[in-house]
Design a protein around this ligand. Structure first.
Ligand SMILES: [Zn+2]
Length: 309
């Protein structure tokens, strides 16, 4: 209370402030506290420690395992809020696991919870032909999570970026969470590949960019390029859904894209923008949690004719 006593020696505003602070402290015991479950390197045990009503979610353990595989230091524990929502504590922040809302496709993109991030399973099989409408695994991103992982502003991300040699280019990539190291590893594998298949050089002889703090065209959402964790290859080899008419999207095949390049990226924790209904074939982003989840729950691509809720 020595701080409070000092404040009280000040003027009226300081007194008022001190009063507010004192009220805040006195109010604290009546504030409802989340029930907390600490993580100690055992996700199964963490899930078992939850009350019975949380044991029915068949995805919870896989999702927490994938998040921990992708970002080994991130998971700190779980909480149950006063309204009985499960909260995932990651890298000093709290995220609702399942908000219980029924969402449209756009709502899920704009306001995903943790479970929405894994709503669709990224298909690891190659090559990919057509995809069903709105099949966009990896596009549901909780912006606040990526800000916590990689930097919460353009300048904060810029400080975390380092120069990476990528197939003869120097590019900026985020050094956090192993992203820059993963891109270096992709470059190493691609260099070996291009030595055997020089016809593939056209995909990387020019690049369309990495770190760029910006919104996704036509949306209020930050692009993954904002965090310095995405790379666009040669735009001259690219197809992008906004350049096509809606009728072309249904018949668009990804089969002519070189499987070896895609597999190189996927091996090191990147997802390919070509495996989205809203395709962006020059785009690769570092999403080790999505790749880890795909490996744990191998997915068949849903039937292209099936309507998606
Ligand atoms: Zn991109």
């Amino acid at each position: 209370m020595h701080y409070l006593a000092r404040s009280l020696r000040g003027g009226f505003l300081i007194n008022l402030f001190a009063l507010l602070v004192a009220n805040l402290f006195s109010a604290e015991p009546v504030l409802s506290k989340n029930q907390r479950f600490e993580y100690h390197d055992d996700i199964q045990a963490l899930a078992r420690s939850l009350p019975d009503s949380f044991h029915h979610d068949e995805k919870l353990v896989s999702i927490l395992t994938a998040l921990t595989a992708g970002y080994p230091e991130a998971l700190q524990g779980l909480e149950i809020s006063s309204d009985q929502r499960l909260v995932v504590c990651l890298t000093g922040q709290k995220f609702i696991y399942d908000d219980g809302l029924t969402k449209t496709f756009e709502e899920r993109l704009d306001h995903p919870d943790i479970k929405d991030m894994f709503y669709q399973t990224y298909p690891l099989a190659n090559p990919t032909d057509r995809l069903p409408k709105d099949f966009d695994p990896g596009r549901y991103r909780i912006e606040a999570l990526f800000m916590a992982l990689y930097g919460e502003s353009e300048s904060a991300v810029a400080k975390n970026c380092v120069a990476v040699e990528f197939c003869g280019h120097s590019v900026k990539f985020n050094a956090r969470c192993g992203a820059a190291d993963a891109l270096r590893a992709v470059s190493g594998d691609l260099t070996t590949l291009l030595a055997h298949k020089p016809e593939l050089r056209a995909y990387v002889n020019k690049l369309a960019g990495t770190f760029n703090w910006r919104k996704i065209a036509g949306t209020e959402r930050l692009s993954e390029h904002s965090f310095g964790t995405a790379i666009d290859l040669n735009v001259e080899k690219a197809a992008y859904w906004r350049w096509q008419s809606p009728t072309q999207m249904e018949t668009f095949s990804r089969k002519n894209w070189p499987t070896e390049i895609i597999e190189n990226f996927e091996r090191h924790g990147f997802i390919w923008g070509g495996k989205w209904w809203h395709f962006d074939t020059m785009h690769f982003e570092y999403r080790p949690e999505i790749i880890a989840y795909a490996k744990s729950a191998p997915a068949r691509i849903p039937e292209t004719q099936t309507a998606h809720p």
